[in-house]
Design a protein around this ligand. Structure first.
Ligand SMILES: NCc1[nH]cc(CCC(=O)O)c1CC(=O)O
Length: 304
């Protein structure tokens, strides 16, 4: 089985984890990891908002999947646009780990409760807006590069701190650098954060082999989060966040839309049966639209 992956250390860790899980369930299965360079990997200079965030880390990988160069693709679910080529899908969603974002501070001082305005490296509109909403004095900078590069630049003094996904740091073995886990009420994570997107051609024979990797609770949660995002027609260019969680048969979902400067934060929650994950996400999006999210999203799209 050929598994397509980006070449970053995080992407390779994630793809190896899927290959290992497959071999555990199917002893003797041969796997090969095929590294695919994406536009996001090639273009390290321009901000993501200029090269067009939508799908820049996935398009080439999807092409390889469609033409049969690889059998499955392993992505960070967070980086996947809500729409994908009609012949592709995610047949399984493996269990996700720690979903929260974290603050990594150069001097080890936590972010929450600070009165001064630290300089923080993050290009994510979602993170920028939520940081500004709790501390309008923060100075936001874009620090590009993969997780290791960003940590190095921060340690060298380019910024006082970084906000990153806990999952990425933990996977790279750099959990010890975490200064503070940001509470969900300060920093709601990205749709699909910490989950892996295991993508195949619809109906491919490999789907039977993937079946044991599915985690129903993560699957429902991610389905609701992505339905929420899709209903807002949001990509990664608008400050949108969501977090779904299954407890038994029930699914709870929190969703957030905010203005880029953090002045306006619209946040609501919903709860329902797991089986209704899609409508739960859509209904929560409707609640936010009714409370003014449409204006924020429109202004962001027109003005950006
Ligand atoms: N945007 C890049 C990206 N894609 C997935 C992760 C981390 C793992 C995850 O959230 O699934 C990261 C780094 C980060 O946001 O800190």
């Amino acid at each position: 089985m050929r598994l397509g992956s980006r070449g970053s250390p995080l992407a390779l860790w994630q793809t190896r984890a899927i290959a290992d899980a497959l071999q555990l369930h199917h002893p003797g299965l041969q796997t090969e990891i095929v590294i695919i360079r994406t536009e996001g990997d090639r273009n390290r200079q321009d901000p993501l908002s200029v090269i067009g965030g939508r799908g820049v880390f996935v398009r080439e990988i999807e092409k390889a999947l469609i033409c049969g160069d690889i059998d499955i693709a392993v992505h960070s679910m967070k980086d996947m646009p809500t729409e994908q080529p009609p012949e592709l899908h995610f047949p399984v969603v493996p269990a996700r780990g720690e979903v929260r974002d974290v603050y990594v501070g150069r001097d080890g001082q936590p972010f929450t409760g600070r009165r001064d305005g630290p300089s923080i490296g993050t290009g994510s509109l979602r993170r920028r807006a939520q940081l500004l909403a709790v501390n309008e004095r923060v100075e936001l900078r874009e620090v590009r590069g993969n997780v290791d590069t960003r940590l190095r630049k921060m340690r060298e003094g380019e910024v006082d701190g970084l906000v990153l996904a806990a999952a990425g740091l933990i996977r790279l073995g750099r959990e010890a650098e975490i200064t503070e886990y940001l509470p969900m009420d300060v920093m709601l994570p990205a749709v699909g954060q910490a989950a892996l997107g295991v993508q195949t051609r619809r109906g491919a024979a490999v789907e039977a082999l993937l079946a044991p990797l599915h985690d129903a609770a993560t699957g429902w949660a991610v389905t609701a989060e992505r339905a929420f995002l899709a209903h807002l027609s949001g990509g990664c260019m608008v400050p949108i966040a969501a977090f779904g969680e299954c407890r038994g048969e029930r699914l709870s979902l929190q969703g957030l839309v905010c203005s880029p400067g953090g002045e306006q934060v619209l946040r609501h929650g919903a709860e329902g049966p797991c089986e209704q994950a899609v409508s739960l996400g859509q209904e929560l999006a409707e609640v936010l639209l009714a409370s003014g999210a449409g204006d924020i999203l429109r202004a962001q799209r027109d003005g950006a």
